[in-house]
Design a protein around this ligand. Structure first.
Ligand SMILES: Nc1ncnc2c1ncn2[C@@H]1O[C@H](COP(=O)(O)OP(=O)(O)OP(=O)(O)O)[C@@H](O)[C@H]1O
Length: 459
């Protein structure tokens, strides 16, 4: 590449595995599309041994720990985009600033973790990281194009604004499981007169209206209802992604919002319709279900067992690199700003951009395997599966729900599906929602002949 590289044909891409991994992990930590799954999987970090008089030992979030490892393994190799690395190599100032900025978010995260552990939030880190990228771009522009310093200093101001970001849902203080709680393997849930309206204009329709029911610990519950009847909204409340507009939810007899969100989520395994694969290997995508599981042969066996239960064994066998296969790569290719003509450069660009694509059903099976890995941690007291099989064939769906039932082993289990016929006979409780209201509650309804729904009220 010459200095006037933008006017020439070129392809720039990274090959260093630690560089590629650090970019993948950064995108996992900051991108919106992974946020819900990161929160629900309680990957956002936790604080251990918070004893008085001792600075709390801090267990940083999984993506952050792994990012730090990849960063260390880079051993000073520039960790910016290939074209920027090229430019930095020609200007020492950019190189120095880049290397300082690369460490800044982790330094901030670590210092903040010790100074005020309760305020840690992945969103603050995300904003921080994004701002660092902007500052880096600004420095590059300043040194290479001489653009306005004032304008670019605004990026630095937003770095400090990022420090003030706090979790929007206030956290409780009670640990879960609470030492004073019953010792059942399952979570007991009471929903008392709960109504819920999504944030928005005051005349927004209520997603749930005056819903009340009790789920005894270790029950198998099936929730049914037409599209838009409020099933997923109920799950969002139970998993503390939203708060009820009115009413109360009790977990093991105490208000849900008094518990630490992180503890509660650690005791839950959630399989939802908004499934995503993370930009890491297939094996890691499953293993991350139990981030505390230590590396070694036992972990490998657990991954294989989870893949079997999730129906993903065949999916993995088809892959050239099996569990090592990458699901998706963060984009590192950069080429000339005009389309490349056919030739060797275009061929290289096409090869670099190629990654394994999975069908919707295959993704659901891999994500289900992650959930089984989580269940195998032994810490789960509530399993929720919210229509996790929409892209699967009926046989795959049947097998998945059967596998879930078989591993129940005392945990409370809530299953939501439109095709529930075979499940209702096993259910301890069936809840039927319609337009946000609980219209039927009981056991083993006879399905309606035409609609397949369990009761005329539920159509
Ligand atoms: N994020 C949101 N913001 C605003 N309204 C929402 C949001 N999510 C859902 N709703 C509304 O809340 C109501 C209940 O939706 P919900 O997704 O809970 O139903 P559901 O029974 O799970 O439907 P489905 O079977 O289609 O998944 C619907 O009217 C829906 O439009």
């Amino acid at each position: 590449m010459k200095d006037n590289m933008w006017s020439n044909e070129f392809v720039a891409y990274a090959t260093n595995p630690n560089f590629l991994r650090s970019r993948d992990l950064l995108s996992l930590a900051i991108e919106q599309k992974y946020k819900q799954e990161v929160l629900r999987g309680s990957l956002e970090g936790c604080i251990l041994n918070g004893e008085p008089h001792i600075v709390p030992a801090v267990h940083l979030a999984y993506p952050i720990i792994e990012l730090d490892k990849a960063h260390t393994a880079l051993k000073g190799t520039p960790d910016e985009f290939p074209t920027e690395a090229y430019r930095a190599s020609r200007s020492p100032l950019v190189g120095i600033c880049t290397s300082l900025l690369g460490d800044l978010p982790l330094m901030y995260y670590a210092v903040n973790a010790i100074m005020s552990p309760n305020t840690l939030s992945i969103s603050a880190l995300a904003i921080h990281q994004q701002t660092v990228v902007s500052i880096h771009a600004a420095i590059t522009r300043i040194t290479h194009q001489g653009s306005s310093i004032n304008k670019n200093l605004n990026h630095i101001k937003s770095l400090y604004d990022g420090l003030n970001v706090r979790n929007s849902i206030p956290d409780g203080k009670l640990p879960y499981p609470d030492s004073g709680s019953p010792t059942e393997k399952g979570m007991a849930i009471s929903v008392r007169d709960v109504s819920f309206q999504y944030p928005g204009p005051s005349d927004t329709r209520f997603a749930l209206k005056n819903v009340s029911f009790d789920i005894p610990a270790s029950s198998l519950v099936v929730i049914v209802g037409a599209n838009g009847s409020g099933k997923s909204s109920l799950v969002n409340l139970l998993t503390k992604l939203h708060y009820p507009t009115s009413g109360t939810i009790l977990v093991d007899g105490k208000p849900l919002n008094e518990y630490r969100s992180r503890d509660l989520r650690r005791a839950m395994a959630l399989l939802t319709q908004d499934h995503v694969l993370f930009p890491i290997s297939v094996g890691e995508n499953i293993a991350i279900g139990d981030p505390d599981c230590e590396d070694g042969p036992k972990k490998y066996e657990c991954i294989q067992a989870a893949a079997r239960l999730g129906g993903a064994t065949e999916v993995i066998q088809k892959l050239d690199r099996g569990l090592e296969e990458m699901t998706e790569r963060e984009e590192t290719l950069c080429s000339s700003p005009f389309p490349l003509p056919p030739g060797p450069l275009k061929e290289i660009a096409e090869k670099v951009e190629r990654f394994t694509e999975f069908s919707g059903g295959e993704i659901q099976r891999l994500v289900a395997s992650r959930t089984f890995m989580r269940i195998s941690s032994g810490k789960v007291k509530l399993v929720v599966a919210d229509e996790p099989t929409s892209a699967m064939d009926p046989e795959g769906e049947f097998e998945l729900f059967e596998a879930l039932r078989k591993v129940q082993n005392g945990m409370t289990m809530i299953l939501i599906t439109h095709r529930f016929g075979h499940l209702t006979k096993h259910a301890d409780l069936i809840l039927c929602l319609k337009h946000g209201e609980l219209v039927e509650l009981g056991t083993h309804f006879t399905p309606h002949k035409e609609t397949g729904l369990p009761h005329s009220n539920c159509t």
